[in-house]
Design a protein around this ligand. Structure first.
Ligand code: FUB
Length: 321
């Protein structure tokens, strides 16, 4: 039944948009928590899927969606690629996720709510042979559960996994809410390889994302609440991290502001979400629980620091070749 529902949803969403560039990227479905991956000449944009009927009703997020583009202007919708309850140990809540490729397999790290035997939010990992899925639970159990970290009393402090692969192949997962944390993964990518460590950066809320440019590491994250995106720089994945300030201001009509950063065909891009979709007949507008992913160009200063993102209505207008 679940598979039938997923096929029906995929069929509905499977269209090449050929839209002229604009923000948000799609307006026929609510998308949130972007995580972009560059693979084989394409950008794969994995998002959450906001289905709350109203901005007065908390997040309703059951599955994750996939979009792809070869030029950052024209996007293909691939529909739903996994549901939170595909993890048999999870109750639901398909919150932020991140996909990476390793040796021809695609690893999908996700936030979900664990069943009551290990209450609280947890991190799961699924694996597939293609970027489109089907993604299957890689372990049969959570990679991180709430009882494994004790830094805060909230039960959603182990959310928003973001993976960074070092040039020597070592893999680290950053995650957390209020207290940023990171941990090395084993070569099999589905087990921890050492202790969970705390990262020292100011005003951290959630949505950690690590990328590298030349010899600089960048840790961007949602800061304060309502959220801006702040960032810090380091010469090592282990820090120390030097705080550099705000990268993106409050996003329109949304208290959250969850970013992903990629380099593609020589250009750099910053994905985020806003609550800015206008209402459709009989429906509420976008907002705090009805968000939409947008994208902008990202620029570096000569000294390696990042220029503040300029949020636009137009988005990316020039196809990249
Ligand atoms: O989408 C649910 C949660 O809201 C994410 O996990 C956070 O990063 C925030 O965007």
């Amino acid at each position: 039944m679940k598979n039938l529902k997923r096929l029906a949803l995929a069929a509905t969403l499977m269209t090449t948009l050929n839209v002229s560039a604009k923000n948000p990227i799609v307006d026929n479905v609510f998308t949130a928590d972007p995580a972009a991956m560059v693979h084989d000449g394409k950008v794969y944009l994995y998002t959450g899927h906001d289905e709350s009927p109203s901005n007065n009703v908390f997040f309703q997020m059951h599955d994750w969606l996939l979009f792809s583009s070869e030029d950052m202007v024209n996007w293909t919708q691939h529909g739903s690629i996994m549901r939170a309850d595909d993890f048999k140990w999870a109750k639901g809540e398909a919150w932020a996720a991140h996909t990476i490729e390793r040796d021809g397999k695609f690893y999908f790290y996700t936030t979900v709510r664990h069943k009551d035997d290990k209450p609280g939010f947890a991190v799961g990992v699924a694996v597939a042979d293609t970027p489109y899925g089907p993604f299957k639970d890689a372990r049969g159990s959570a990679l991180i559960t709430d009882d494994m970290t004790k830094h805060t009393s909230n039960d959603w402090d182990d959310i928003d996994p973001a993976i960074h692969v070092e040039e020597n192949g070592d893999v680290y997962m950053f995650f957390g809410n209020l207290v940023p944390k990171y941990v090395k993964l084993k070569d099999n990518l589905i087990e921890l390889d050492g202790p969970i460590k705390v990262v020292d950066v100011p005003n951290f809320t959630e949505a950690a994302w690590v990328h590298k440019n030349k010899d600089n590491y960048y840790l961007s994250y949602a800061c304060e609440f309502p959220e801006k995106i702040c960032y810090a720089m380091s010469k090592s994945i282990h820090g120390p991290w030097q705080y550099k300030g705000i990268l993106n201001e409050l996003a329109g009509n949304s208290e959250t502001n969850h970013q992903a950063i990629i380099s593609f065909k020589g250009q750099d891009y910053f994905f985020y979400h806003t609550g800015s979709l206008p209402p459709k007949p009989g429906q509420e507008s976008g907002g705090r629980f009805r968000r939409s992913v947008a994208v902008e160009a990202l620029h570096y200063n000569k000294d390696g620091t990042l220029k503040r993102v300029q949020m636009t209505t137009e988005g990316i207008t020039k196809p990249v070749k």
